[in-house]
Write a protein that binds this ligand. Structure first.
Ligand code: RTP
Ligand code: MG
Length: 144
């Protein structure tokens, strides 16, 4: 998900391009405003953290672009492309390392590959089943 700071900065296209260039397949996309309830559920794992209220305020502060990308090992590969939570610690070449500086304005959210099921849970939270588009790439068996 491109977070509100990424949307405000006009980075949706750049971020979509990175995933397309990697060879991942776009399955769903939604430009939307997250409300308080959805924000609290989405970031529920952090409910007891001191930064929770600020995080909920930020993620509801403006529109986001939610996406579902498909491909081999996609959740882990996307996290590698996203980088570390803190952009200052993210290597160059990662989305946060190239495009961010501030921990609280780190441009993008991605499901956690170390939290099994977080990808499916978040897809369910943000998308109805009929918003996931089933289609075939023009492929020889190596495009997803
Ligand atoms: P995200 O869920 O947004 O993809 O980020 P993440 O997995 O890399 O990091 P996570 O631990 O899930 O934290 C969620 C978001 O909370 C903000 N944060 N602030 N002040 C702090 O110490 C602190 N720690 C985390 C970050 O914006 C992070 O993306
Ligand atoms: Mg997280």
């Amino acid at each position: 998900m491109v977070k509100p700071d990424g949307v405000q900065r006009g980075l949706i296209g750049e971020i979509v391009s990175r995933f397309e260039d990697r060879g991942l397949k776009l399955v769903a996309g939604k430009f939307m405003q997250i409300d308080q309830a959805l924000a609290e559920e989405h970031y529920g794992e952090h409910a007891d953290k001191p930064f929770f209220d600020g995080l909920v305020d930020f993620i509801t502060s403006g529109p986001v672009f939610a996406m579902v990308w498909e491909g081999a090992d996609a959740t882990r590969q996307v996290r590698k492309m996203v980088g570390e939570t803190d952009p200052a610690e993210s290597p160059a070449g990662t989305i946060r390392g190239d495009l961010g500086l501030d921990l609280g304005r780190n441009v993008i959210h991605a499901s956690d590959h170390e939290d099994p099921g977080s990808n499916e849970r978040e897809i369910d939270l943000f998308f109805d089943d009929d918003e996931l588009v089933d289609y075939e790439r023009v492929d020889e068996g190596w495009l997803y």
